[in-house]
Design a protein around this ligand. Structure first.
Ligand code: 5CA
Ligand code: ZN
Length: 416
C-alpha cells in the first residue's frame, strides 16, 4: 500500500500587533442568509484536492479566509483553523491513473506546491493541515457512529448515507430537489445508481476496486467517500458547533450539505457549524476556473515568473469575496499601481493621522469582510499623503502595520 509522509503546514509570516482591537466579525451565512457573529475563532476550510494546484480560484478563496483569520486575531480571538487535503478522491485518483503516476506521490508533490504558493502569498497557515489518508482512523470512527445510529446501508459492498436520516437535510443549501439532483450528478455524486434508497444518498465507504488504493476497516477494505472525510476531520479537530465551515460556493451542495448532515446524525446534535461561509467563483473568460475546464491560471506560474505576491493579494481582495468574478491580467497591473502608491505613501516621513484609517478598515472588514471598502480607505489616506502630505510622523508606520496585519500586504518589500 502506498504511504504518504505526514503533512506539514507552511511557514507563518510575522503579524504586527495593532493598537486597540477589532470588533467582532459578522459573516454572511449561507444556511440562514443572515449575518452571524463568530465568537470562538474556530474554522474549518475545505482544502485542495492535490492536483493542478494552486489556481487563482483556490487563491481567492484561501485569501478570503486568511483575511478572516487576520481580523479574528486582531480582535483577540485565539484562532483554531483546520484545513484538509483531499488526497483520496476520484478526480485525484483518475488524474494519477491517466498520467501513470503514483497517486500518493502526485498528492504530496501538489500539496508541497500549494504550501509554497501559500507561503509566497503570506497566507497564515492553518493550525492543522490534515490529509484524508492520515485521517483514516477518524473517518472509520465516524462511519462506525453512523452505522450505530442506523444511518448507513450496504449496496453491493459499498456503504451509503441515507439523506433521510437527517430531517434538516437541504436546509443548508436551500435548493430545490431538482437542482440538488443536477448538482449531485455534476459534483461527484451518483443519483442514478440502482438500489439506492434515495437518489441523493451519498457514498460513505467504497469497497476496494482493482487498481485503486484501499484501507482495512471494520466494513471491509476500501476507501472513504469525499463528504465523510471532511466531516470526520472537522469533528475530530473542532467538535460540533464550530464557528465557520468555509470554502468556495461550489461546495455548498452537495459537499457542505452532506458533511453537516453526516456529522449531525452521527452525533445526534446540531449544528455542525454555526455559519457556512462561501467565497464566489473566480472565472476566466466567463467560465468557472476549474481543473475540469482546463482554464487555469496557476499561482506558481506567476510566482516563478516574478509576479509580486502583494499585488496578487490586492488584485484578488479588490472585489468582495462573495462576488463571482473573472480573472484578468489587468487586475494585477491595477493592483501593482495601487501597491506602488501605498508603498510610496507609507515611506513618507509623515502623513495625516491614521487612527481613523485603522478604525475604518476594522469596521469595514468586520462587516462581512468588505475588503473593497478597506482598500478604498487606505487609497484615500495614500492619496492625501502623496497630494498634500501630513504632519503625523507615526501615521505611515501605522498604515504599514494595518495593511500587513489585516490584509497580509507587505508594503516594505523593495520593488525592483
Ligand atoms: N478538496 C475539495 C474540498 S474538500 C475541493 O473542492 N478541492 S479544490 O481543489 O477543487 O478546491 C479547493 C478550494 O478552492 C475549495 O474551497 C473550492 O471551493 C475553491 N475553489 C475551487 N475552484 C474555485 C474557483 N474557480 N473560484 C473560487 N474558489 C474555488
Ligand atoms: Zn471539504
Amino acid at each position: 500500500m502506498a504511504t504518504i509522509a505526514p503533512m506539514r503546514s507552511w511557514p507563518r509570516a510575522a503579524v504586527p500587533e495593532l493598537p486597540g482591537r477589532a470588533p467582532l466579525v459578522r459573516l454572511h451565512d449561507t444556511a440562514t442568509g443572515t449575518r452571524r457573529v463568530a465568537t470562538s475563532g474556530t474554522m474549518y476550510v475545505c482544502g485542495i484536492t492535490p492536483y493542478d494546484a494552486t489556481h487563482l480560484g483556490h487563491v481567492a478563496t484561501y485569501l478570503a479566509f486568511d483575511v478572516l483569520n487576520r481580523v479574528w486575531r486582531d480582535g483577540g480571538l485565539s484562532v483554531q483553523y483546520v484545513q484538509n487535503v483531499t488526497d483520496i478522491d476520484d478526480p485525484l485518483l483518475e488524474r494519477a491513473a491517466h498520467t501513470g503516476r503514483d497517486w500518493a506521490e502526485l498528492a504530496q508533490e501538489q500539496t508541497e506546491l500549494f504550501g509554497a504558493d501559500m507561503a509566497w502569498l503570506r497566507v497564515l497557515p492553518p493550525e492543522a493541515l490534515i490529509g484524508a489518508a492520515e485521517a483514516m482512523p477518524l473517518i472509520g470512527d465516524l462511519i462506525g457512529q453512523l452505522r450505530a445510529a442506523g444511518a448507513a446501508y450496504d449496496l453491493d459492498g459499498d456503504l451509503y448515507f441515507p439523506v433521510e436520516a437527517e430531517p434538516r437535510f437541504g436546509e443548508l443549501s436551500g435548493l430545490s430537489r431538482t437542482r440538488m439532483l443536477e448538482l449531485f450528478a455534476e459534483r461527484g455524486g451518483d443519483p442514478g445508481r440502482a438500489g439506492k434508497k434515495h437518489p441523493l444518498d451519498c457514498l460513505l465507504w467504497a469497497r476496494e476496486r482493482p487498481g485503486e488504493p484501499a484501507w482495512d476497516s471494520a466494513f471491509g477494505r476500501g476507501r472513504p467517500g469525499w463528504h465523510v472525510e471532511c466531516a470526520a476531520i472537522a469533528l475530530a479537530e473542532l467538535g460540533m458547533g464550530f464557528d465557520v465551515q468555509g470554502g468556495g460556493s461550489d461546495l455548498v451542495f452537495p459537499h457542505h450539505e452532506m458533511s453537516a448532515a453526516q456529522a449531525q446524525v452521527a452525533t445526534n446534535s446540531w449544528p455542525f457549524a454555526r455559519a457556512y461561509v462561501h467565497a464566489g467563483m473566480i472565472g476566466l473568460g466567463g467560465e468557472k476556473m476549474a481543473k475540469s475546464e482546463g482554464n487555469l491560471v496557476l499561482a506558481s506560474r506567476l510566482r516563478m515568473g516574478g509576479a509580486d505576491p502583494d499585488a496578487l493579494r490586492l488584485a484578488l481582495l479588490a472585489d468582495h469575496y462573495r462576488a463571482d468574478r473573472d480573472w484578468m491580467p489587468a487586475l494585477l497591473s491595477a493592483a501593482a499601481d495601487r501597491l506602488a502608491r501605498w508603498r510610496a505613501a507609507t515611506r513618507a516621513p509623515a502623513g495625516p493621522d491614521a487612527t481613523p484609517v485603522l478604525a475604518t478598515m476594522r469596521s469595514r472588514l468586520a462587516d462581512d469582510l468588505d475588503t473593497p471598502a478597506a482598500l478604498a480607505t487606505v487609497d484615500e489616506w495614500a492619496a492625501a499623503v502623496l497630494g498634500s502630505g501630513g504632519v503625523d510622523p507615526a501615521a505611515p508606520a501605522l498604515v504599514r502595520d494595518a495593511v500587513d496585519a489585516l490584509l497580509g500586504v507587505d508594503v516594505t518589500r523593495s520593488v525592483d
